[in-house]
Design a protein around this ligand. Structure first.
Ligand SMILES: *[C@@H]1O[C@H](CO)[C@@H](O)[C@H](O)[C@H]1NC(C)=O
Length: 915
């Protein structure tokens, strides 16, 4: 049997290519009932009615019930959805269809012949800010007698989850996702894409907060596959064996043999992974003679997907107790984990944590040389990291439109789920604005049979520009609050039964032309006064005109100033290299005893870098310095150390952290740097104490860093490739000037080491050039890539690898889909609170995107990056200026000329002033 679209491709040297038949999201083939039930005997208990943290919905049934077989209490779906029709397939199911007989919830389904989007509304008890494992199940069973399997899309909240494709009429498909509820209400929507009528068999939620896998608002963990290894039957384990109700499916691991099970696996109470003992009882080891297990997984549907991988080990062989060592390492996509040894009967989970496992999952588990026994593996789980690029409609708008829907009992098929998103399925009669958080900007309920008074909920649609309630049966007064809607331009209330007088504030707005107000055909409504004269309008026009002309003038003046400055700057040499003299050159190299003295016997640690701890020191009781004590992780020492460091000491630039001296004495190595009072950029971006870096400061840091890197690349002969540029390597002076640190070091120190997780001799995950291969070399363009990532950190405030518990998602994977849709407001650091110029921000995003191109040939040179960044600053400054000039004009008598002088002096600060 072939799965629907996913293939496990298992490569192995010894045996021919296996193509395993499991979809990552799909179930195993349907075994016969007799075979399956044999294993269940004695394990089932009647459950209590309540499963805390569970919401189990059987779609297409009328009554709630307790499934005595599984111990799960199921609710009818009628309280969760308003549309669709029920169907029963249990009668037509062949009598040994495993699912329909075993699990009653799959014997019924609800189908949705009407409407493009049909949504289940989920209100988990625990409410917002909780993670849930959501499982949607689909068994077609030819319920409509058409023998045509439909295909449709599934959304979680406002984001795409997966496409439902079933390979056969009686195929059972489970789709799992671990999802974080940002609001009290969540949705699972089925979207008709024209390939048949959507349906669903069951929808289940399990609270996942206490597990190792809860998620955050920006990503979900989807399409889970939990594999039970070494089991000889087709049996799968789930609730109650698994408290999280994962479904553990047997997997035939290539070139492996099962190990005979032992009896008692100790289940640890504090183990967040909580793998059932039943699953850990069996394991596999390599076929005779081999000392390694090898596995490759690739999804052709999601070729760039990122994964979280978990391995589960438990020693289940008695022999391993009797002084026979079992020790092994895992190599997962080039990252080495281990060595690992096991304790008898004690489970050991190993997860890929923050390793960026992307595109392919490829792992080898190798016995170490010392090991007497081959490696084993008891179980494993794969999760796909699903970015959630969209955020739901503004909650105030959402609540308001929900209230309106309820008040007037509006029964429109498509008024389900989020009002604005997905964009293609915005509720009919609604228009939304999509830059940033979606807002409702127009609502047309003309001729919708609305009765009763005009609800105050309309006035909660604060972004609305047009409201059409014409030709309904609305009664009562026209509420005055409608006049307080700041953006309302059209209000049509014609053809109703409204009474009373029209509020003066609305009349005023209509009179001054800011609101088109339609009130015709309301017999009981007092007619409006005849129009006032248009004096106000006459006054407004000349003021607007004069403001515009002043702005134009200012803009051109700024341009001229800029050109002058730039010309002046081009005449200066861009970089002046040497700045000797400020430190006594005779002090380098230093002896170790001098280092001890400088640091006061290593009293104050100010940081910990990639190559060792950094101490505060003082040179001749003068300037503070930072002393990096290198911790040699390799036995050979560093042959090139002295030569290389002497080279680095002659590199000087105001945006590079100066190396003042070094020590290399009997294997004790230290570097002395100028002291950077404000720490590193990463700390500032992660700062939660409210000391948020302002947008302009961020731009300036980007420019500073670009100067430094540009100098390394183009100003030094031979040019220096940094190889490990990251926000943690960009340091800040007391006055927040940015300087690049640790340049040139990776060449000396990033050699293969024997640490716990060893990578290729290069960079930091998250910043590493995707074109880089372990055997290859890092070049200037690799630095440009890393710089692009740093730019994105500045823009978003997020780290290069966004941490979610036990997993990480690469910043590009999170933001690329959002940027592609043009929603840059959704990626910009919310702590900036909108205080930035959108045009400048767009430009920085563009630059960052071009730097972070996967193909190095498409990345620009640093000199171009620098030029572009300076233009961003110019846009930003012009923006700040115009705003300030405008407010000056209204509040004080400051003339534009004075403001222009300020522009000049402020721009001068931006120039790199060579010391
Ligand atoms: C509202 O919809 C009706 C028809 O459904 C249309 O005639 C009317 O122009 C619409 N109103 C606005 C403001 O677009």
């Amino acid at each position: 049997m072939m799965s629907r679209h996913e293939l496990f491709i298992v490569l192995n040297n010894l045996l021919p290519l296996f193509i395993l038949v499991f979809g990552i999201t799909s179930s195993w083939d349907t075994p016969t009932l007799t075979e399956a039930t044999k294993h269940d005997v004695g394990r089932r208990k009647l459950a209590t009615q309540n499963n805390p943290g569970f919401i189990s919905i059987d779609c297409g049934v009328e009554e709630d019930y307790l499934n005595g077989e599984t111990g799960i209490y199921y609710k009818s779906d009628k309280d969760f959805i308003e549309t669709g029709e029920n169907h029963d397939i249990s009668a037509s199911a062949s009598r040994n269809n495993y699912y329909v007989v075993q699990w009653r919830e799959y014997g019924n389904l609800r189908s949705f012949p009407d409407g493009k989007k049909n949504c289940y509304t989920l209100k988990p008890e625990q409410g917002r800010n909780n993670s849930y494992r959501i499982r949607a199940s689909f068994l077609y069973g030819n319920y409509d007698g058409k023998n045509e399997i439909p295909e449709f899309e599934l959304y979680v909240g406002v984001n795409y989850w997966d496409t439902v494709r079933l390979p056969s009429l009686w195929y059972m498909l489970f789709l799992d996702i671990i999802y974080f509820f940002t609001a009290d209400t969540g949705y699972v929507c089925l979207v008709n894409t024209g390939l048949g009528i959507p349906f669903i068999s069951a929808l289940e939620l399990r609270l996942s907060n206490e597990s190792a896998f809860n998620t955050t608002y920006s990503v979900a963990l989807g399409n889970v596959r939990a594999s039970d290894l070494g089991i000889s039957s087709n049996h799968s384990f789930r609730y109650k064996d698994d408290g999280y109700d994962r479904i553990w499916q047997p997997l035939q691991f290539p070139s492996s043999v099962p190990i005979s099970p032992s009896l008692n696996i100790a289940n640890q109470v504090d183990d967040l992974y909580k793998v059932p003992a039943e699953v850990l009882r069996t394991a596999i080891q390599p076929v005779n003679g081999s000392r390694s297990l090898n596995y490759t997984y690739y999804s052709s549907r999601f070729p760039f997907s990122q994964y979280l991988v978990c391995f589960y080990f438990a020693e289940i062989e008695e022999t391993a107790r009797q002084d026979r060592l079992r020790e092994f390492t895992i190599t997962l996509n080039g990252f080495k984990i281990g060595p690992i040894t096991l304790e008898y009967l004690k489970p050991l989970p190993v997860s890929s944590q923050n390793l960026p496992v992307q595109g392919v999952i490829n792992f080898t588990i190798d016995a170490t040389e010392e090991s007497d026994l081959p490696p084993i593996l008891n179980a494993m789980e794969f999760y796909q990291v699903l970015p959630l690029p969209y955020s739901p409609t503004d909650p105030t708008d959402g609540d308001a439109i929900m209230a309106i829907k309820q008040t007037y009992n509006i029964n429109k098929d498509d008024w389900q789920g989020d009002p604005c998103l997905p964009k293609e399925y915005t509720w009919s009669g609604l228009t939304c604005r999509f830059n940033g958080t979606p807002r409702i900007i127009s609502l047309n309920l003309s001729a919708s049979k609305l009765t009763g008074a005009i609800s105050l909920s309309f006035s909660n649609l604060q972004a609305i520009e047009s409201l059409d309630l014409s030709y309904n049966e609305l009664t009562g007064p026209v509420p005055e609050v409608l006049a307080q809607l700041p953006n309302l331009k059209v209000l049509n209330l014609s053809g109703n039964k409204l009474a009373g007088s029209v509020p003066q504030s609305l009349k005023d707005k209509s009179d001054d032309g800011s609101l088109v107000l339609r009130l015709a055909e309301n017999p009981d409504l007092c007619q409006m006064d005849p129009c006032h004269d248009k004096e106000k309008k006459k006054f407004v026009v000349p003021v607007v005109a004069s403001i515009v002309s002043v702005l134009v003038l200012i803009f051109f003046s700024i341009l001229i100033v800029f050109c002058m400055i730039r010309r002046r700057r081009q005449q200066e040499p861009l970089i002046k290299s040497s700045e000797e003299g400020s430190f006594k050159s005779k002090n380098r190299p230093f002896s170790y005893s001098q280092i001890v003295k400088i640091t006061g016997n290593f009293t104050t640690v100010v940081g910990e870098g990639g190559f060792g701890k950094v101490y505060l020191g003082s040179l001749n009781d003068e300037a503070p310095v930072a002393v990096k004590l290198l911790s040699p992780s390799s036995k050979q020492g560093f042959k090139e150390f002295r030569a290389e460091v002497q080279l680095l000491m002659i590199v000087h630039h105001r945006n590079l952290v100066s190396l003042i001296g070094y020590c290399d004495e009997n294997g004790k190595m230290a570097l002395i740097y100028e002291y950077m009072a404000n720490g590193n950029l990463r700390q500032h971006l992660s700062d939660t104490n409210g000391n948020v870096l302002k947008w302009k400061e961020r731009l300036q840091i980007a420019i500073d860093a670009a100067y430094g890197l540009e100098y390394l690349h183009n100003g030094c002969k031979p040019s220096i490739v940094h190889r490990d540029l990251k926000s943690a390597n960009i340091l800040l002076t007391e006055s927040m000037q940015a300087k690049i640190a640790d340049f040139g070091l990776s060449k000396i120190f990033l050699t293969e080491n024997e640490s716990h997780i060893s990578t290729c001799p290069a960079g930091t995950p998250g910043y590493l050039d995707p074109e880089f291969h372990c055997s290859g070399n890092l070049n200037k363009k690799s630095d440009v890539y890393s710089f692009g990532i740093v730019l994105f950190e500045l823009i978003t405030g997020q780290p290069a690898i966004i941490r979610i518990p036990d997993c990480g998602v690469h910043i590009l994977q999170w933001l690329s889909p959002i940027v592609e849709k043009g929603d840059i407001r959704n990626i910009i650091d919310p702590s900036l609170q909108g205080e930035f110029d959108v045009n400048a921000a767009w430009k920085v995003v563009d630059i960052a995107m071009s730097c972070a191109q996967p193909a190095s040939i498409q990345r620009p040179d640093m000199s171009l990056v620098l030029t572009e960044l300076k233009e961003c600053m110019a846009i930003e400054m012009a923006h700040g200026r115009t705003q300030r000039v405008l407010s000056n004009m209204t509040t004080s008598s400051n003339s534009p000329e004075i403001s222009l002088l300020n522009v000049d002096s402020e721009l001068n600060l931006l120039n790199p002033i060579p010391r």
